[in-house]
Design a binder for this molecule. Structure first.
Ligand SMILES: Cc1cc2nc3c(=O)[nH]c(=O)nc-3n(C[C@H](O)[C@H](O)[C@H](O)COP(=O)(O)OP(=O)(O)OC[C@H]3O[C@@H](n4cnc5c(N)ncnc54)[C@H](O)[C@@H]3O)c2cc1C
Length: 389
């Protein structure tokens, strides 16, 4: 297995020299802490002035990290990935919605995305963000088990209805549906909701996947309990396993509210937690399906080792390795080349609506700086290899 992810010829076979050079430039820009912070500040400032920055974004971050502005545009990328045996999960990436009309529009868009996806077309997964379907405030209040006003009771019913409609549509199209995880303070409401969805829709097969963020200390015990309780209740579980993307927000909030920080105390502790969670799920594939959302090479190699040692075939339908579009292609393409199931998260949406997602991606890149450095090195290696070939 050692050296599996070093093969840059396989990793970048689908990208031209010009594309690689463009990626290199952009990655260098966002890996520089100063330029990254300055760039984000400039974009936010231009946005407050309502200046048209779509062109700038389209030519840079958008083109790199997104599939297109519309579903139709993104299908071309889905086909390209499919030709390399890589599955796609079209991700309608608008964030920061907080009105009922906005939640309904998001639902429409998600249903349209599910309708346009199918395993035959090379997109077997669909995804949505819980706060696309209901306000963070409402999720928070339900999480705290506070009494709701009559309007809130109605709003919560509509949230549940949007979840159900999405699950039903996914079943109709023979897709699997991933539900993202966000901040820890809305997680209790989401746990209840998703356990209800899994009990309803994951009877004969795994359709619904909940996301478990293992940078949160209490999530490994939760995962163990969920395996037990779902076995008892007679339904199967789908789990998207991630480390977690809201590191700074979680820390700031715990300081502001003077409550214990829910995060693992260090990156190393998160890594241990993540690997234990992954090991646990790979040991329960009779009952659970796992979607591994991580660019971490060491964790991926551990999973491959466990699969090999316990006789889990490379293409086991309940194990998927997932990465963001144009990230960790060295893992994606080399895994796919060896017959493992690989999925790319493919964000799409109107440029102006996707900007908050892209800003979050750029901000996240400063906390996963090693990863970007690794990408830069791999692209340089490939460009050098091509020159010498
Ligand atoms: C397909 C896919 C889907 C995703 N979906 C979601 C989602 O629904 N919700 C979500 O929150 N995230 C999601 N993510 C993002 C994910 O949680 C990580 O932020 C990102 O993938 C980086 O983690 P890593 O395992 O890839 O790599 P690594 O670079 O090994 O890990 C970086 C991560 O380690 C953790 N970490 C870093 N420093 C510390 C520290 N000091 N203390 C504790 N922990 C630390 C953080 O979680 C950080 O993001 C998704 C990622 C992918 C690839």
């Amino acid at each position: 297995m050692n050296g599996l992810f070093e093969n840059t010829k396989i990793a970048f076979a689908s990208r031209s020299d010009a594309e690689l050079k463009k990626s290199l430039l952009l990655l260098k820009l966002i890996s520089s802490s100063f330029l990254n912070k300055a760039g984000i500040a400039v974009i936010k400032f231009l946005l407050t002035l309502r200046l048209p920055i779509n062109f700038l974004m389209r030519r840079t971050m958008f083109d790199h990290f997104c599939g297109g502005t519309t579903l139709e545009e993104s299908q071309a990328v889905v086909q390209k990935l499919n030709a390399d045996n890589i599955d796609s999960c079209l991700n309608y990436s608008i964030e920061g919605i907080n009105l009922e009309a906005g939640f309904d529009r998001t639902l429409e868009e998600i249903l349209r995305t599910i309708e346009a996806s199918s395993p035959e077309l090379g997109s077997s997964f669909a995804v949505f963000k819980p706060t696309g379907y209901g306000s963070t405030k409402l999720f928070e209040k339900v999480s705290r088990k506070e009494p709701l006003t009559s309007d809130e009771v109605e709003a919560w019913k509509r949230v549940k209805q949007r979840f159900h409609l999405s699950c039903e549509k996914a079943i109709e199209r023979n897709l699997k549906l991933l539900i993202d995880a966000e901040e820890s303070w809305i997680q209790p409401a989401l746990d209840d909701l998703l356990e209800e969805m899994m009990a309803t829709y994951n009877q004969d097969q795994v359709v619904v996947y909940a996301t478990v963020q293992l940078y949160l200390k209490e999530r490994l015990p939760y995962l163990k309990k969920l395996i037990e309780s779902s076995r008892k209740a007679g339904y199967q579980i789908g789990i998207k396993l991630v480390r977690g993307a809201y590191l700074e927000k979680e820390t700031n909030r715990s300081l502001e509210h003077n409550v214990p920080n829910p995060l693992c105390p260090s990156k190393e502790a998160t890594d241990i937690n993540f690997d234990k969670g992954l090991e646990l799920l790979l040991g329960h594939l009779d009952h659970a399906a796992v979607f591994i959302g991580s660019h971490n090479e060491a964790s991926t190699l551990k999973a491959l080792k466990q699969m090999k040692n316990t006789g889990i075939p490379e293409n086991h339908p309940r194990v998927c390795f997932a990465h963001l579009f144009k990230m960790s292609d060295n893992i994606s393409y080399n895994l796919s080349n060896k017959g493992y199931n690989v999925v790319k998260y493919l964000p799409f949406g109107p440029v102006n609506k996707v900007i908050p997602y892209l800003i979050r991606r750029a901000e996240e890149n400063t906390s996963v700086a090693n990863q970007t450095t690794r990408e830069i090195e791999l692209i340089k290696t490939e460009l050098k290899r091509r020159k010498q070939a």
